[in-house]
Design a protein around this ligand. Sequence first.
Ligand SMILES: [Mg+2]
Length: 286
Amino acid sequence: MLHLKNCVTKVRFISTMTIQQAKTVWKKADAVCFDVDSTVIMDEGIDELAAFCGKGKEVSQWTVRAMGGGILFRTALRERLKIIDVSNDQLESFIEQNPLRLTSGIRELVKTLHDRGTAVYLVSGGFKRIIQRAAKELDICNENIFANTLLFDNEGRFAGFDENEPTSDSGGKTRVVELLKARYGYKNLVMIGDGATDLETYPTADMFIGFGGNVVREKVRMQAPWFVTDFKELLQELQPSHAVNGTEVHMNGLNGRERLLNGLNESEVPISSVNGTETHINGTRY
Ligand SMILES: [Mg+2]
């Protein structure tokens, strides 16, 4: 009986939404939450910070352990920050000396969403002070950033992180999505990200788009209702399409029949669950 119950719970989290249904939700999105590391920006903030502080190898070893499972997100965050032991001054230098690498197309996408009145949020397990640079570039206000806060003592020494931030714990991004939906009543909230913690926000989020423009995580690619490797794909869907002789013409140049001939009959794409390897596009290991 217990076994059956577990099976039912698991099935609930495997999407049965077709890509076409996902696109319909995307077109009427009233809020979009972007993950930051390897989504809005090309890098992983904590790895970059660790390398800057000369602790890159030790931290990446911990990251590999954490990804093996069985370790709480907060524990992994605490242990890695203990190794990095960044001071306030070091953090300032890191921010000054490491130019931001925004992912191609994100600027245009966020501007288009803002112009059409869609609320845009950054939801990250990374650090607010690092993320604020990206937010500024994208004209996203501080109130729309949900991320972790590093703490320092009076001498500027590392003193932990704010454990009250929902993003500092396992399932934190899902809690942020719940909070936003409860606070603002969003009906079509879309989460976009590259990682497993982004995927798990769905189905609390009304739709999830997997992003593989910087790194492809196989589980996300297979389980996301819609998976893209270029923000242009999302931008195109927001452009008006028009009908010619009864045939819908899409901005990407493929109509329904052409998609069928190309094996892209979206409504029939099966969504299944597999565990697999990750493909790293920019050559960085995560
Ligand atoms: Mg990410």
